[in-house]
Design a binder for this molecule. Structure first.
Ligand code: PLP
Length: 224
């Protein structure tokens, strides 16, 4: 019940954000982030109509995908250690955290089919954050063409934990501009149509700035 109610609230807010900038709500994919909740709670989200689920740890993803029988689309949103690639890569539909060549190489070797990846970008330049630096993204994406099992479907970023809307907007807009720049290259391995950005606290702003995938945990399946 509670999750269904949260979802309705989120859908309304998505609609509002879309209307503000003339986008279609149908172009936004909500990824329900279930990393802090039980399998039961994750199932509640699926029952409420969430079809895309996100986990940030291999163990969590394998456990949930095993127990949730309904068809769900699985997104791996956390840092992926190269040594864990072989266990998880064929269980996921999207990887949101491709941020280094060694990881791409390992995925390329272990995957049985091309994997849809978002390249994670450290737009804000914070030391503590994972991701390719903004000024290195284009070359990074270009170099991925040597890996036939890597398909770059978009870019992903984590915004800094700030309240300041101007800062958040700037980060989201910068990611969109990087995405647009890569799209103009028309690289076959990198259609780069998507933008994975926006979490519970900032998804409306992210949508106004072009997000196609929002990763929502606490306001959907929380509080925790
Ligand atoms: C946990 C997490 C989220 C969801 O965060 P909430 O603030 O709970 O919505 C989104 N993206 C990533 C990468 C995460 O690790």
């Amino acid at each position: 019940m509670e999750v269904a109610k949260n979802l309705m609230d989120i859908q309304q807010k998505i609609l509002d954000a879309c209307q503000k900038v003339g986008r279609a709500a149908g172009d936004i994919t909500v990824i329900g982030v279930t990393k802090y909740v039980t399998i039961e709670r994750a199932k509640e989200a699926v029952d409420a109509g969430v079809t895309h689920l996100g986990e940030n740890r291999m163990e969590g993803l394998l456990e949930k995908s095993e127990h949730i029988e309904e068809q769900a689309v699985w997104h791996f949103i956390g840092t992926l250690q190269s040594r864990k690639v072989k266990e998880v890569i064929d269980q996921i539909d999207y990887l949101h955290s491709l941020d280094r060549k060694s990881l791409a190489k390992e995925i390329n070797k272990r995957a049985n089919k091309p994997i849809d990846c978002f390249v994670q970008v450290n737009v804000s330049g914070e030391e503590s954050k994972h991701g390719v630096k903004a000024d290195e993204v284009e070359a990074f994406v270009q170099n991925l063409q040597e890996f036939s099992n890597i398909r770059v479907v978009g870019l992903m970023t984590m915004a800094p934990h700030v309240e300041d809307e101007a800062i958040l907007r700037h980060v989201f807009r910068s990611l969109r501009e990087l995405r647009n720049q890569i799209q103009t290259m028309n690289w076959e391995h990198a259609p780069c149509n998507y933008l994975s950005m926006g979490m519970s606290n900032d998804y409306q702003i992210a949508i106004e700035e072009g997000a196609t995938h929002v990763r929502i945990g606490s306001s959907l399946v929380g509080p925790y």
